[in-house]
Write a protein that binds this ligand. Structure first.
Ligand code: ADP
Ligand code: ADP
Ligand code: MG
Length: 667
């Protein structure tokens, strides 16, 4: 059963195991689902806790049991320690996994779980506390012989300005209790120092309830490199090599990879040894991450320890084949780790990349978005892993972190992992709300990314200008939407169209907007198996939401189309576009267009009784259309002259389509 060689014979003392039979997961979304997956594999039952906003979320449905713990705001649900402990008692859970974010690094929560007689899946409250403050953590790291950045981490907050001057600009002012990039200020000159210290202290106080600051020399072009560590209660401590997380926006990671191109075997050993020295100093157990920053010359410095599972842990799992959640649970049960450092080193192979899919708008400084996910899916491949918190139909609310999913690819080489990521992201359907998916594709396509010239300002440096959508693709998206709408009116469209109609062919027109762009598609069914689209003869096929188009040059392109309430979401050539259909006759209800005769419902024109220039009476039949197996007369809205006929016999028309225009004589 055990895929790792047993090391039990090396530990003489009998090992006491406290088995976990039912685990409460004090988190939500993708990480809750991910923990459930390992529990199922280990035969551990799961309890989900959820807020009202998550009542229909996938992680609630797939848990063995679920308990509502409060309303949507996290402060009243996922951060409510008493409700979570009560849920564990209600369901008879014997252990609690905090995931990441929320209460994961809250020593009070870890202690409360222990006091309730439950196992906390994570390090001891004391270890969490010692690493919870960057000030204390740096002091411990320095004492343990780990390189720390030149800076000030003393108690005397009145000395901050003087110390900053001594270090020399630029400096970084940081909240000691900080996290998620909050409470940080870069200072380039003395004149900005006092205001930065004051601002950072204020932000630290309001975000973390602790205004203590530290100061660090600001490294201009660093890489963020972190070491994954694992420790058990029997004295074994190992590191699972590094992850590089330099691709960030707003000091937050969006793309991570393992191994790092900047870390060779000697550096890996040095960084790993440093991480383990620190872990040993605090008696670390379970999974943790030692974050470091690396300068362009390869020197590295300790940043902080995250005493929990990290968002980007899957890239380490992909290159080591070690399930970190399984190891967390086994350590929490009191089991020894089934490997030592030497064995871990032999298990590493290939390269892995993770892209975090966020509901956010890259063109608006990554502003978080909310809305409904109309469609979500990725192809299957054995080198592809998708950790998702959403499914088709999910509602994304403003209450929580806007991370929707993580896509992880493994390759024998970094190039292969990148190529596979590109392949997967370009085939991902994720429609309905704005996400960073196309942006991620642009980043991994960037020559500097492929070369591995990474640093924490990569996004700011290479992607400061918003990218214009490709006009040709945008038009294809509009054509795809128009063809899907058209096929719904004419029924299923196979490879070629059948039926021959002897008529004159007038082009229909559909208009869309996409952001600032206005698009127009014209098409006419020529009745002989071909269509004329934007003036070009094409062949097409529509199968549900998939449409293909083949032009005169023989190129056949494909698109996926999903729509809701007049908005069309199109995936074409790896890009997604959201198009808003412009109503055919937007002002017909306003009376301004009382000259027009419009189709009352979708249907087919079977008779055209007037032509341009003809005088007509009020109510005179202009055309006859067939819809729902009945004929309907289209009447002149008033007496006058027919100035335009927009349709021909045989045409399929939409509801609201303008068929003809009759001008009053005195117009
Ligand atoms: P750090 O940013 O501290 O170096 P990570 O990159 O691992 O570490 O990110 C942790 C952050 O991820 C949390 O602080 C939180 O903002 C965010 N996060 C993402 N998904 C979730 C989730 N399901 N629950 C809570 N927090 C989440
Ligand atoms: P947090 O707890 O918010 O995650 P960290 O100390 O881990 O804070 O820093 C977050 C990010 O800020 C790093 O990944 C890096 O991009 C940047 N950063 C932190 N310290 C420095 C520094 N001394 N010089 C340059 N950049 C830094
Ligand atoms: Mg950090």
């Amino acid at each position: 059963m055990n895929e790792f060689p047993s090391m039990d014979e090396t530990s003489p003392a009998p090992i006491e195991i406290t088995p976990i039979r039912k685990l409460l997961i004090a988190n939500r979304g993708e990480i809750a689902s991910r923990i459930q997956r390992t529990c199922k594999a280990m035969g551990i039952e799961t309890v989900a806790v959820f807020s009202d906003a998550d009542a229909d979320a996938p992680f609630v449905r797939t848990a063995d049991e679920a308990v509502r713990i409060g309303p949507a705001p996290s402060a009243e649900s996922y951060l409510d320690v008493a409700s979570i402990i009560a849920a564990a008692e209600l369901t008879g859970a014997d252990a609690v996994h905090p995931g990441f974010g929320f209460l994961a690094e809250n020593e009070g929560f870890a202690a409360a779980v222990g006091e309730a007689g439950l196992t906390f899946v994570g390090p001891t409250p004391a270890a969490i506390r010692s690493m919870g403050s960057k000030q204390k953590a740096k002091q411990i790291a320095r004492d343990a012989g780990v390189p720390v950045i030149e800076g000030y981490d003393g108690e005397d907050q009145g000395a901050l300005a003087k110390e900053a001057l001594a270090i020399g600009f630029p400096v970084l002012v940081k909240a000691s209790a900080g996290g998620g990039g909050k409470g940080m200020r870069i200072v380039h000159e003395e004149s900005a120092l006092a205001a930065a210290i004051e601002g950072a202290a204020r932000e630290a106080k309001s975000s973390f309830g602790d205004e203590t600051l530290i100061i660090e020399k600001y490294i201009e072009r660093p890489r963020h490199i972190e070491i994954q560590i694992l420790g058990d209660e029997h004295g074994t401590l190992v590191h699972l090599h590094e992850r590089e997380c330099s691709i960030q926006r707003r000091h937050q990671k969006i793309i991570e990879e393992a191994p790092s191109l900047a870390v060779g075997p000697a550096l890996r050993r040095a960084m790993g040894d440093s991480a383990l020295k620190l872990a040993e100093a605090i008696g670390y157990t379970g999974a943790g991450t030692v974050e470091m920053i690396m300068d362009t010359d390869g020197s590295f410095y300790f940043l902080e320890v995250n005493t929990r599972l990290q968002v980007e842990h899957p890239v380490t799992e992909a290159i080591t084949d070690i399930d970190l959640v399984e190891m967390q649970l086994r350590v929490a049960q009191g089991e020894p780790l089934p490997f030592d450092q030497e064995l871990v080193d032999t298990m590493v192979s290939g390269a892995a990349i993770e892209c975090r899919i966020y509901a956010e708008d890259p063109s608006k400084d990554f502003l978080p978005q909310s809305g409904r996910v109309l469609e979500f899916g990725l192809p299957d491949a054995d080198w592809l892993r998708v950790d998702a918190g959403i499914e088709s139909g999910s509602e994304v609310t403003i209450h929580y972190d806007p991370m929707l999913a993580k896509v992880i690819t493994w390759g024998r080489t970094r190039w292969e992992a990148i190529a596979r990521m590109r392949w997967a992201l370009r085939r991902m359907t994720l429609m309905g709300l704005k996400t960073n998916r196309d942006f991620l594709i642009d980043v991994i396509d960037h020559p500097a990314f492929v070369e591995g010239d990474l640093h924490t300002h990569f996004v700011a440096e290479h992607f400061s200008e918003p990218r214009e959508p490709d006009a040709k693709l945008l038009q294809r998206a509009a054509v795809a939407a128009a063809l899907v709408a058209w096929s719904r009116r004419v029924g299923p469209v196979a490879n070629v169209l059948t039926g021959y109609r002897n008529n004159r062919f007038r082009d229909q027109r559909v208009n869309y907007t996409c952001g600032d762009a206005a698009l127009e598609v014209t098409y006419a069914d020529l009745g002989d198996g071909s269509l004329r689209v934007d003036g070009e003869l094409i062949e097409t096929g529509v199968d549900g939401r998939t449409v293909w188009v083949q032009g005169a040059d023989g190129l056949r392109w494909r698109a996926e189309v999903v729509d809701a309430d007049g908005s069309w979401h199109v995936l074409v050539d790896g890009r997604t576009f959201a198009l808003a259909e412009v109503p055919r006759f937007p002002d017909r209800s306003a009376g301004a267009s009382s000259d027009g005769a419009v189709a009352p419902m979708p249907g087919k024109i079977v008779q055209l009784l007037v032509s341009v220039g003809e005088n007509v009476r009020l109510g005179q039949t202009l055309a006859v259309m067939e819809a729902m197996k009945m004929e309907h007369s289209i009447a002149a809205p008033h007496a006058g002259v027919v100035s335009e006929v927009r349709v021909a016999v045989g045409d399929q028309v939409d509801e609201g389509a303008l068929l003809a225009v009759v001008l009053e004589e005195d117009d």
